[in-house]
Design a protein around this ligand. Structure first.
Ligand code: SF4
Length: 97
């Protein structure tokens, strides 16, 4: 459990300070339609580097990738789970462009 927490924190650190700077030109826009979201948690399970449902009524973008609001973000396209999260959302609330 502790090892997993460390791994998750290391991934968040890399997302914030390394990936975001090195590949800033290769970013994708992500939008969550929070009116459509049913808070099932699938996106967080699929891609916790980008999505968070815990403690929120609906899914949100994690703070390091937010663009002004918690339902909009810019995310490095190198994060492979991003497209999977879009495909797995049961109500098509996630748009990746
Ligand atoms: S997978 Fe879709 S419906 Fe489920 S929490 Fe994420 S955005 Fe909401």
């Amino acid at each position: 459990m502790v090892k997993r927490i460390y791994q998750f924190e290391i991934e968040r650190f890399i997302n914030l300070f390394v990936i975001k700077e090195l590949w800033y030109e290769n970013m994708k826009n992500v939008t969550i339609d929070q009116d459509t979201c049913i808070a099932c948690g699938m996106c967080e399970s699929t891609c916790p580097q980008v999505f968070s449902v815990s403690g929120n009524p609906n899914s949100t973008i994690v703070p390091e990738f937010q663009e002004g609001e918690d339902d909009k973000g810019r995310v490095p396209e190198e994060i492979p789970c991003l497209d999977d999260a879009e495909e797995n959302c049961p109500v098509d609330a996630i748009k990746v462009e």
